[in-house]
Design a protein around this ligand. Structure first.
Ligand SMILES: O=C(O)Cc1cc(O)ccc1O
Ligand SMILES: [Fe+2]
Length: 441
């Protein structure tokens, strides 16, 4: 079998080299995977293997160490939570209308105050779990940064580009691109209007490319298409106080310091933030008959310790050709041993009307779901010629082996739950005909 060398595992937990710009600083090494590591580079051409050992290391050469700050004190968490027992469990199919973005003329909301937890499971303390958040904001973070001590954020902008200043440099991330800010990396978000997006947070694992198995050397998300920032720094004293917000054990804390944390003059290593344009996804799919599992659309996965079982997969439904013969081409009706949270960046999802950009759906473990009645009827009799599917659209799924609980905000106080969702299947008819014969194969 072809040996594929394109697995990039940004694994491990680094410690920041956090002192003055000398080489005598701490670095971390973690022996984790048996895969070669590749480094996401600032340009698309020069992707290369950093080495063939199983290590994650990084050095940050900075002007002042992060330790020079006043003590952290608790602050309001708003709608951000890791309490999965706020409301009773709900096994129903759930669908949300587009989440409301506050108007800046009414209320200034930045990326942090605009975080709302929709659902999740597990726990940041035992380093095993997942949380799904929406961010809806209208104002840039000024003299304020965020760090997540609990896990990694995979950010999916849906409306409005976000300019993320990180300790490693700056990244502009537009809708149809995604980025990952790994555990502990400090960042600040600038926005340019009403802004909305989705966040998949994983505790205790990092995102990596899925193993390609029989696909071989290339396909799906290729390592060369991941981009990482170049070092950017400011040597800025902030006499009025710079605020560092720390998400720690599911709660928010803040502290003050008198300098910008974006004071990293240079960095080196393979534990970095990175971004990826979903247009670069090389789609693999059925070219004969039947409907492949959407795992073939996995962009990134956060593996659990159980082989083959993900804490969470980030899966997309990109524009593609549908060519399958003798096949009902849209998704099948199913119950899943995984939880499926779906969002829509743009366009229209093939299987359902009423699922709108900026909205979401959750089909929990073993909750039945599938195409709505119109999609079923239309595609049951459609002539199976080659057809473009999902042109101009981008839906995605956060698929998790965890049985997720929905928060009080998600079920109630966001006021976006579409209570009529179940009706889209009510008119499904019985078409069973025991005498039916296939006309031709
Ligand atoms: O439920 C969904 O819409 C997502 C999905 C799509 C698909 O093509 C097959 C299975 C699946 O869960
Ligand atoms: Fe599904």
């Amino acid at each position: 079998m072809t040996k594929h060398i394109c697995c990039c595992s940004l694994v491990g937990r680094g410690r920041y080299s956090d002192g003055p710009t000398q080489l005598l600083l701490c670095f971390s090494i973690l022996f984790y995977h048996i895969l070669p590591l590749s480094l996401f580079l600032k340009n698309k051409i020069n992707s290369y293997l950093i080495n063939t050992f199983q290590i994650t290391l990084f050095w940050l050469y900075r002007i002042l160490p992060s330790v020079r700050h006043k003590p952290f004190t608790p602050m309001s968490c708003g709608d951000l939570t890791e309490n999965w027992n706020e409301v009773e469990p709900d096994p129903n199919q759930l669908r949300w209308k587009p989440f409301i973005i506050p108007k800046s003329s009414e209320k200034k909301v930045d990326f942090i105050s605009g975080l709302h937890t929709v659902c999740g499971a597990g726990d940041s303390k035992s380093r095993n779990g997942i949380a799904i958040h929406m961010y809806t904001c209208n104002t840039s973070m000024t003299d304020k940064c965020f760090q997540n001590a609990d896990g990694d954020f995979l950010i999916v902008p849906q409306q409005g580009e976000i300019l993320i200043t990180t300790e490693f440099g700056k990244m502009m991330v537009e809708p149809n691109e995604i980025c990952v800010i790994q555990q502990g990396m400090r960042f600040s978000v600038d926005v340019f209007g009403e802004t909305r997006g989705y966040i998949l947070e994983v505790f205790g694992a990092h995102f990596e490319l899925p193993d390609l198995g029989p696909i071989g050397a290339n396909g799906m998300a290729n390592p060369r298409d991941f981009q990482t920032p170049v070092a950017w720094y400011e040597d800025r004293t902030v006499a009025t106080g710079y605020t560092v917000v720390n998400k720690y054990q599911g709660k928010l804390f803040s502290c003050q310091q008198d300098f910008s944390p974006f004071n990293v003059v240079a960095w080196h290593g393979n534990y970095t933030p990175y971004k990826y344009n979903l247009e670069n996804f090389m789609v693999i799919n059925c070219v004969a008959f039947d409907h492949a599992d959407p795992s073939i659309f996995t962009v990134l996965t956060a593996k659990s310790t159980r082989p083959g079982v993900a804490i969470a997969d980030f899966v997309i439904f990109p524009p593609r050709w549908g060519v399958a013969d003798h096949t009902f081409r849209p998704p099948y009706y199913h119950r899943n041993c995984m939880s499926e949270f779906m969002g829509l960046i743009k366009g229209h999802y093939e299987a359902k009307e009423g699922f709108q950009p900026g909205g979401a759906s959750l089909h929990s473990i073993m909750t039945p779901h599938g195409p709505d009645v119109d999609c079923f009827e239309k595609n049951s009799t459609a002539v199976l010629k080659p057809e473009r599917v999902a042109e101009g659209t981008m839906a995605f799924m956060f698929e998790s082996s965890f049985s997720m609980a929905v928060t009080k905000w998600g079920l109630d106080t966001c006021h976006r739950l579409d209570k009529s969702y179940y009706k889209c299947w009510e008119a499904l008819k019985n078409h069973f005909n025991p005498n039916w014969k296939p006309s031709s194969k």
